[in-house]
Design a protein around this ligand. Structure first.
Ligand code: PMP
Length: 393
């Protein structure tokens, strides 16, 4: 039977990691995989995470099972962080295996509620969105999103396509820090998207994987909060991987807002059922770290301060790179890098140019020309700027 298995196409980003490791050139630069790195190239354990782990270790007396939907302390702390004012009469939620698990369970819930669901997804998007939907057999259509000329959002095209979503459809949106482009909607444009969804009755599934990496913890949640306040039904897939730096702990939370308490109760039951069918209990350690931090004033403040250092560090690198490229090109052609937010920017280069960066300058980025800003530091920014020009981008 096992001989029937077909080779799966490997994840391109993870392949790039291997290629980078094998490159023996001095001064190689890794702008590939979406992991935060500090100026020394290290993905650190955040201070508050270390302290929280110590407290958990000291206080924990059992490793018995927790709750099928995840610990209530974690889920309510997450709902507060994401939504601000939490409408508890509408809220159901689920601790999941990372943000990926939250996206998957969100799609599973949508399919349980509507077996004929169609998902509308941005072109481009995080490749795993497409891959998960293909695997599940959930039909999807892409909405136009990125303008390859301006490297900003092509909002007119986006609106035209999102308007095609109908009641019973899901519109998958990036709540902030769009991956892979780095181009985001303005608050006014989010209002327009809210109005479109209000009119059509299509439901947003907001992927919020980078809260705190763009304009700040509150600002990055503004779009989600706007949609939550205006629409009767909203799904949010939040990841703790980046903003708590706990990638390998696999910590995520799916938030489901319903129209009324009866639907909320039904949603909560269905969410617990989905975890039960998939892996029973969700992982606890990362969730416990997050709730320990968010529910303690001192730890929360320390975590928020470190997150803010990370965010402003990435912003400074964006500005430095845009400025270096302004000097080198005598134009504002690359100013979009400073306008983009989050860990990524899509340069808009051709696959050949991306290849040239790798071959000639040992600069590794994803084939669609997505670069991870956090792979840079003050010293490597000028090297990248020169390499970009030399590659003819
Ligand atoms: N959504 C997007 C847009 C992402 O970029 C990522 C991380 N690459 C995820 C979800 C999933 O994150 P996690 O590692 O928490 O599963």
């Amino acid at each position: 039977m096992l001989s029937n298995l077909k080779p799966q196409s490997p994840d391109k980003i993870l392949m790039l990691v291997e290629e980078f490791k094998a490159d023996t050139r001095q001064g190689k630069i890794d702008l590939g995989v979406g992991v935060y790195k500090n100026p020394e190239g290290v993905t650190p354990v955040m201070r508050a995470v270390k302290t929280a782990e110590q407290r958990i270790w000291e206080a924990e007396t059992t490793k018995s099972y927790t709750n099928l939907s995840g610990e209530p302390e974690f889920r309510s702390a997450m709902a507060k962080m994401v939504l601000g004012d939490v409408p508890t009469d509408r809220l159901a939620s689920l601790a999941t295996v990372g943000g990926t698990g939250a996206v998957r369970q969100g799609l599973e819930l949508a399919r349980l509620a509507n077996p004929d669901v169609t998902v509308h997804v941005s072109d481009p998007t995080w490749p795993n969105h497409l891959s998960i939907m293909k695997f599940m057999g959930v039909p999807f259509v892409e909405y136009r999103y990125f303008d390859n000329e301006t490297r900003d959002v092509d909002f007119d095209a986006m609106k035209e396509d999102v308007a095609k979503a109908v009641k019973g459809d899901i519109v998958l949106l990036h709540g902030c820090c769009h991956n892979p482009t780095g181009a985001n909607l303005t608050p006014e444009q989010w209002e327009e998207i809210a109005a479109l969804l209000e009119k059509s009755g299509a439901i947003p599934l907001i992927d919020l994987a980078y809260q705190g990496f763009g304009d700040g913890l509150e600002a990055d949640a503004a779009a989600t909060r706007l949609l939550a306040s205006r629409l009767p039904e909203v799904l949010v897939a939040a990841s703790c991987s980046k903003n708590f730096g706990i990638y390998r702990e696999r910590t995520g939370n799916l938030i489901v807002l319903s129209d009324n308490t009866a639907d909320r109760d039904q949603s909560q039951g269905s969410l617990a059922f989905l975890n039960r069918q998939t892996y029973s209990f969700p992982p606890d350690h990362g969730a416990r770290i997050v709730s320990t931090i968010l529910n303690d004033e001192g730890l929360r403040a320390d975590w928020a301060a470190e997150l803010e250092e990370i965010r402003s560090g990435m912003l400074a690198l964006r500005e430095q790179l845009a400025s270096d490229l302004r000097d080198l090109t005598n134009s504002e052609r690359f100013d979009f890098i400073a306008r983009h937010r989050g860990m990524f920017s899509r340069l808009g280069a051709t696959p050949e140019q991306v290849q040239k960066l790798k071959t000639d300058s040992a600069v590794y980025m994803v084939g669609d020309s997505r670069l991870n800003i956090a792979g840079l530091n003050r010293n490597t920014v000028p090297l990248l700027a020169r390499a970009i020009i030399e590659a003819g981008i």
